[in-house]
Design a protein around this ligand. Structure first.
Ligand code: AP5
Length: 217
């Protein structure tokens, strides 16, 4: 099964995509995670992407399409894939359709997570992540068991993403509306889109998404 998660920053795409990928035993592909790892490792890709990411702008289509082109050929993608944070522009969406078509595959479902800006800002300003295993927490809504430490026993302290300041969050929301919002109409026109309210607990949102998947299978 091939699923795309759409939605504004902080709507819970990463949280839900991870749960669903584990449930369906398919690959989770997050361009944000791939880019952040490249930034951490100071690779040529990371050095190119860092400035855009820190200011809340999109990394160029060429770069992210190149990442996806390689990633979908990995062995763990054989059973299916969940795209989280990709595509973000119509050009990326066209490229994804073409890359999948070349492999004889197609998108089965696009889940659009909908959430108000105020809740987004609350969630993102209190998000903390583990740099070692990528686990995502929230100081208010999903705190780690021990302050500042990952529940998975990683030795590195939890950190706040550079783009989770209020100033950069506003820019990310502006960029989302300008560049990514048109994807909702794009996928609706292809009869692939289902919108889910991302308000409510992580478990409640996941239950709604599972219902959707059930009705698609
Ligand atoms: P990316 O990492 O994709 O960021 P994003 O889309 O802004 O999304 P986030 O990761 O901020 O949020 P999310 O929706 O995954 O929410 P999460 O589950 O973490 O991209 C970062 C940057 O990389 C971009 O700005 C761009 O520069 C670049 N980039 C990436 N992909 C690109 C592309 N395709 N093209 C061009 N550039 C690209 O949840 C947020 C918080 O809320 C967490 O603390 C979580 O614990 C909590 N939470 C989640 N769900 C709930 C719930 N139901 N109730 C309570 N708390 C919740």
């Amino acid at each position: 099964m091939i699923i795309v998660f759409l939605g504004p920053p902080g709507a819970g795409k990463g949280t839900q995509a991870k749960l669903l990928a584990e449930k369906l035993e398919i690959a989770q592909i997050s361009t944000g995670d791939i880019l952040r790892e490249a930034v951490r490792n100071k690779t040529p890709l990371g050095l190119k992407a860092q400035e855009k990411m820190n200011s809340g702008e999109l990394v160029s289509d060429d770069i992210v399409i190149g990442i996806i082109k390689d990633r979908i050929n990995a062995r763990d993608c054989g059973n299916g894939m969940i795209f989280d944070g990709f595509p973000r522009t119509i050009e990326q969406a066209d490229a994804l359709s073409q890359l999948l078509e070349n492999k004889g595959k197609k998108i089965d479902l696009v889940v659009n997570l909908d959430l108000d800006d105020q809740v987004i800002i609350e969630r993102l300003t209190s998000r903390r992540s583990c740099p070692t295993c990528g686990a995502v927490y929230n100081l208010v809504l999903k705190p780690p068991k021990q302050e500042g430490k990952c529940d998975n026993g990683c030795s590195t302290p939890l950190y706040r993403r550079d783009d989770d300041s209020e100033k950069v969050i506003s820019e990310r929301l502006r960029v989302y509306r300008a560049e990514s919002y048109p994807l909702i109409e794009f996928y609706d026109g292809k009869h692939l889109l289902k919108t889910v309210s991302a308000d409510g607990s992580i478990e409640d949102v996941f239950a709604k998404i599972r219902c959707l998947i059930g009705s698609e299978l």
